[in-house]
Design a protein around this ligand. Sequence first.
Ligand SMILES: C[S@@+](CC[C@H](N)C(=O)[O-])C[C@H]1O[C@@H](n2cnc3c(N)ncnc32)[C@H](O)[C@@H]1O
Length: 244
Amino acid sequence: MLDVGCGLGAGACAAATVWPSIAEIALLDRSALFLRLATELMKDSGVPAPIKAIERDFVAPPALAEPPCDLVVIGYALTEVAESDLSSVVDRLWAQTSGALVIIEPGTPRDHTRLMVVRDQLIALGANILAPCPHQAPCPLPANDWCHFSVRLPRRRAHRLVKDVAAPFEDEKFAYLAVGRFGASRPSARIIAPPRANKAGISLKLCAGKAFRETFIPKRDKARYEKIRRKDWGDPLRAPVEEI
Ligand SMILES: C[S@@+](CC[C@H](N)C(=O)[O-])C[C@H]1O[C@@H](n2cnc3c(N)ncnc32)[C@H](O)[C@@H]1O
């Protein structure tokens, strides 16, 4: 796998945790300091795969690394690319991918808009959308909305001191796009906002098929309600919501 704009190697670390069998990890960054720290952190965490550090600017050169990789990850780095360079960087990322390309960005309206441009470009290049969209059609969200998700991260003491905050966690909002050269069975829908529960039932905001929709599952519909109340923001729904 290749982690482009690796910083401290969060993407590579996550991939190595999910797939300990990864044969080789390439870390790419223009900062020699980040590359050194990421390599040390990964070794200290016991990642068994050999690690290659590539000190390179991913906007400038024609190729990122040799050879193409099964998995290419770019986390919170495409957001730093100028609008005028975005398309050529996406071409390069896709050319580098023999399997799947995963792009993670801050969960802001600006980054969602850019990600949708990137999505169109990747579809035109022949990519299959793997997530989060359960379809390959244009994004159905209205212009004043943006697709994003949230993950709760623990804050250690040092983290709290540096940020001068008291809460022992933070909710990080992110947007993402996973595309592949292979197809995959798509979910029927994805929950794209926090589910809202009240006395009568639960409301879900779904990207379903080619459409965006709000749906309400009443508590009196016991079987469906029991299944759906365990779902969270970002989760896929395998069956159509009417059949759950
Ligand atoms: C915000 S950090 C994200 C780091 C890491 N991917 C993560 O998710 O924690 C952005 C990283 O991208 C690198 N970067 C930004 N633009 C770059 C470029 N044109 N070429 C190489 N690295 C770049 C920076 O040096 C930095 O390490």
